[in-house]
Design a protein. Structure first.
Length: 278
């Protein structure tokens, strides 16, 4: 999209190179504001739920830019929104890359990531040449096309990695209907196994715990809830471990599944009706 802006400004807006460069300025300012917003909305953790939000925003911005016609004002506003959504998209991913990587491999991993990004630049140039010169697409049509491509890629990403969808839903839940203050988050390790035990106050306790901890948690959930719709699909995507009393063999099987998740380095959470400490 960024490479297509020059053609967009020249052929559709019919402005000078100076005004064309100012469109890129709106994009840069939008990226800066989106990055700041991502940091504020993430709080003290890396919030991957912002990634699909930013991706969807970039898709809408592409369609908005494509429909701006010859209005420089609307084009500038849509460019700013495109940058803002891009900031929401890239900051959590870059932060996750630095946080989850081993300190001894972090420099090599970041260098590899930069290499892959730079390798995408000539691919983008080739794509622009294909659509603009070979297929003779107009600049606004190219922007609109890649807006739809962004939507398609977002959908594919959410089906391939449903964790992003779960984080997005949890983030939306805790930033719209509820306000949560997190205390002691530093006690939860960034990597390695951990067992969380919490009081069970309501049916959505697990969602609150999952929203407060940036790692993906495997919850032990009452089996009848796991088998009901629409909870079945959500809990399956959250890798919930069904458990039900009354049958010692099934209880032992559920506990063994929880142990296996711990052995693989995941976080397991069990909520209790009453938790008494001495």
């Amino acid at each position: 999209m960024q490479l297509d802006i020059v053609l967009f400004a020249r052929d559709l807006l019919q402005v000078t190179e100076e005004w064309s460069a100012r469109l890129i300025t709106f994009l840069g300012v939008g990226i800066a504001l989106g990055s700041m917003a991502a940091g504020r909305l993430s709080g003290d953790k890396v919030e991957l739920g912002l990634t699909p939000l930013g991706s969807i925003g970039m898709g809408f911005a592409g369609l908005w830019l494509a429909s701006s016609g010859n209005s420089y004002t609307w084009a500038a506003v849509s460019m700013g929104f495109l940058g803002f959504a891009g900031g929401l998209f890239i900051v959590p991913l870059s932060s996750l890359l630095q946080q989850r990587s081993d300190p001894k491999e972090r420099g090599r991993l970041i260098a590899t990531n930069n290499f892959v990004n730079m390798f995408g630049v000539p691919l983008a140039s080739g794509a622009l040449y294909l659509f603009a010169d070979v297929l003779a697409f107009s600049p606004d049509r190219i922007v609109g096309l890649f807006g739809w491509v962004t939507f398609a890629v977002t959908l594919y990403m959410l089906t391939l990695i449903p964790d992003f969808l779960i984080r997005f839903v949890l983030w939306g839940l805790t930033h719209t209907f509820y306000r949560i203050r997190i205390v002691g988050q530093e006690n939860v390790p960034f990597r390695g196994p951990a067992l969380l035990v919490s009081n069970h106050v309501s049916l959505i306790d697990g969602f609150f715990v999952g929203a407060c901890v940036q790692r993906f948690i495997r919850f032990l959930v009452y089996r009848p809830y796991c088998e009901q719709q629409p909870f079945h699909w959500v809990l399956r995507k959250m890798n919930a471990i069904p458990i039900q009393g009354g049958d010692p063999e099934k209880v032992a099987e559920s506990i063994e599944l929880a142990r296996e998740q711990l052995r693989q380095g995941h976080i397991v959470c069990i909520t209790t009706v009453r938790l008494t400490t001495h």
